[in-house]
Design a protein around this ligand. Structure first.
Ligand code: SAH
Ligand code: DHB
Ligand code: MG
Length: 221
């Protein structure tokens, strides 16, 4: 399901809100051989503003791909800010690191390669400073586990954002056993039951179709 007017509205608004950006354009070109599943320009800008609004200094991303969303988030960081992005595929991480270098963000963004569940377990064991913002955007079936880990790695006031929770309505197609949609159903139920967070889900349309973000403000960790 797609309506060309969604694309036209994205083009109209980003045309007015996003000046020409050779770094982001190059990042998109570099990822042409990877799956076309990065956030849209409008969504990237939305994440950037969220990160700025909460003065995020430590950001965790789960699912790097070619680094497009990480550039938007990395640019929101202050001078001493850091983003750790978790990625399964070395091939994706390599593309992303090149894109971070071109963006002048190589000093702020670190890609950790491996299954995110293992990287998250390591981050928890290392007991580093908590993250102010976590963006979850990797394999959808493990999203509930990523969410639990993100809450544990947060402090009161941290924000967790989850991409692709609506999946063109597959979220509510309980007949389907699509494990990705199933993962998102488990996530939403889990968010609703977790007293440590204030949750919200918002549907979106645009060049990436019909989808949505889940947001959770951590009130107690
Ligand atoms: N956030 C990116 C898009 C990420 S696409 C952007 O908007 O620009 C999802 C990424 O998650 C892919 O690169 C995929 O390789 C990675 N991924 C899939 N399974 C994973 C896992 N188990 N651990 C870590 N990363 C995983
Ligand atoms: C898929 C993953 C994404 O992160 C996304 O934004 C869209 C689709 C996917 O795995 O199908
Ligand atoms: Mg996504």
């Amino acid at each position: 399901m797609h309506d060309d007017r969604w694309d036209a509205v994205d083009a109209y608004t980003t045309g007015l809100l996003q000046p020409a950006d050779p770094v982001l354009e190059a990042a998109i070109k570099e990822t042409a051989d990877l799956p076309n599943i990065a956030v849209s320009a409008a969504q990237g800008q939305f994440l950037h503003v969220l990160a700025r609004a909460i003065h995020a200094r430590r950001i965790l991303e789960i699912g790097t791909l070619g680094g497009y969303s990480a550039i938007w988030l990395g640019r929101a960081l202050p001078d001493d800010g850091r983003l750790i992005s978790l990625e399964l595929e070395e091939r994706h991480a390599e593309v992303a690191r090149r894109n971070f270098a071109r963006a002048g963000l190589e000093g702020k963004i670190e890609v950790q390669v491996g299954p995110a569940l293992e990287s998250l377990a390591r981050l928890r064991a290392n007991r580093g400073e908590p993250f102010d913002l976590t963006f979850i955007d990797a394999d959808k079936r493990n999203t509930p586990e990523y969410f639990s880990a993100a809450v544990d790695l947060s402090h009161a006031g941290s924000l967790i954002v989850v991409d692709n929770v609506v999946r063109q309505g597959k979220l509510i197609d309980t007949e389907s056993e699509d494990p990705d949609a199933e993962g998102m159903r488990r996530l939403i139920a889990q968010m609703g039951a977790d007293r440590r967070v204030a949750p919200a889900v918002i549907q979106t349309v645009g060049v990436k179709g019909w989808d949505g973000f889940a947001l959770a403000l951590v009130v107690e960790s």
